[in-house]
Design a protein around this ligand. Structure first.
Ligand code: FMN
Length: 336
């Protein structure tokens, strides 16, 4: 048994031992002979590695031996910064994409239903496993999910290759969103909108402080390090970095979920292409600002998150923490 493995204390039926942190998952460690439900718990570790706003990891999963149910954990929302749970929903979309990427890599066939029960708005998706049609494992995809990391903007200064950029853009497009590249004057306009639409700074700062902590090194969520990123610092000292904005065709829950799927798909391809990416959603938290920015820039869709892309280099930044999957699984007896 690996040194850092734990059992599910409240799931006595489980015989599968799992890594304490999803970061310790091994791409060559799929438990081929384990019962199906335990195999799905292995897959769940990749979902838990998804990026999320403020590393809030706002997802819950119910796992049976044939299905995953992805549930929004609104107790992890940021009501001042993200008043509509837009970024929360996008984060869940990113987790959904990791889940389906891992299932594909492991040879599973499956079916995804988004918002399968409209009377349950927190139930974002249901993933039904059909069979395992291949037994070979594409570990390269699993390795990219594991290696993906959001970069700090100040490290992103070398121009990415045009080829890599267009592969990222076409991946995002394949997943139902658009990555529109922005010129300097477009960014200046977004910054101007940001300047004109500042919310109560103290309220935002308080909420930010709950998730961005300089000293809680044992935390399994939130962002270690005390430096707060602003839209201005995100856009500054760009060197050869390029900027874009991910847009969706609508601006409701389904579009946000889809936007998160497309975002993570692009980020995993960026990892494969050795492109570092930094994200900035702050200026776009209000619906009227998204509408105005979309119109002013002629985007043809709703802007959801700004991206800064550059050739990746090796940085000492430690990976952000994750909760063990036992913390993101809904107890089988829970009916709330
Ligand atoms: C929808 C969404 C919005 C985000 N917005 C921001 C942002 O405004 N500023 C920022 O620094 N990071 C942003 N991030 C990145 C998260 O902070 C990052 O994913 C999280 O800290 C986990 O770290 P990791 O991506 O390195 O695993 C965002 C991520 C998502 C999924």
């Amino acid at each position: 048994m690996p040194a850092h493995s734990i059992e599910y204390p409240h799931m006595p039926f489980s015989q599968f031992r799992i890594q304490e942190s999803p970061r310790d998952v091994r791409p060559d460690g799929f438990p081929v002979d384990a019962p199906r439900q335990d195999q799905l718990k292995y897959v769940l570790q990749y979902a838990a590695l998804a990026p999320s706003t403020h590393n809030s990891q706002p997802w819950l999963f119910r796992v049976t031996d044939a299905s995953f149910f992805l549930i929004a954990d609104r107790s992890r929302g940021l009501p001042a910064i993200d008043p509509e749970d837009r970024c929360l929903t996008m984060s869940c979309g990113a987790a959904l994409r990791n889940l389906t990427l891992a299932l594909e890599a492991l040879g599973f066939s499956f079916r995804v239903s988004r918002f399968p029960d409209l009377s349950e708005p927190d139930l974002l998706a249901r993933i039904d496993i059909e069979s395992r049609k291949r037994t070979d494992v594409d570990t390269s995809v699993l390795e990219c999910i594991l290696a993906r990391q959001t970069s700090a903007p100040q490290h992103l200064v070398l121009p990415p290759s045009a080829g890599a950029l267009s592969r990222i853009q076409s991946e995002v497009a394949d997943r139902g969103a658009t990555l529109v590249m922005l010129r300097r004057e477009d960014l200046d306009l977004v910054l101007q909108f940001d300047e004109n639409n500042r919310d109560d700074a103290l309220v935002l700062a308080r909420e930010e402080a709950m998730w961005r902590h300089p000293n809680r090194i044992r935390s399994r969520d939130g962002i270690p390090g005390g430096v707060k990123q602003t839209a201005t610092s995100f856009c500054g000292n760009s060197g050869g970095a390029v900027f874009g904005v991910l847009t969706t065709s609508g601006d409701r829950m389904l579009s946000w979920l889809q936007g998160g799927v497309a975002l993570e798909s692009g980020l995993v391809v960026a990892t494969r292409e050795n492109v570092g990416v930094s994200l900035c959603s702050m200026p776009l938290h209000r619906a009227h600002v998204r509408k105005d920015v979309g119109e002013a820039l002629g985007l043809g869709g709703t802007p959801q998150v700004l991206v800064r892309l550059a050739q990746a280099r090796d940085y000492p930044a430690p990976p952000t923490p994750r909760r063990p999957i036992v913390d993101v699984m809904v107890h089988p007896g829970f009916t709330g």
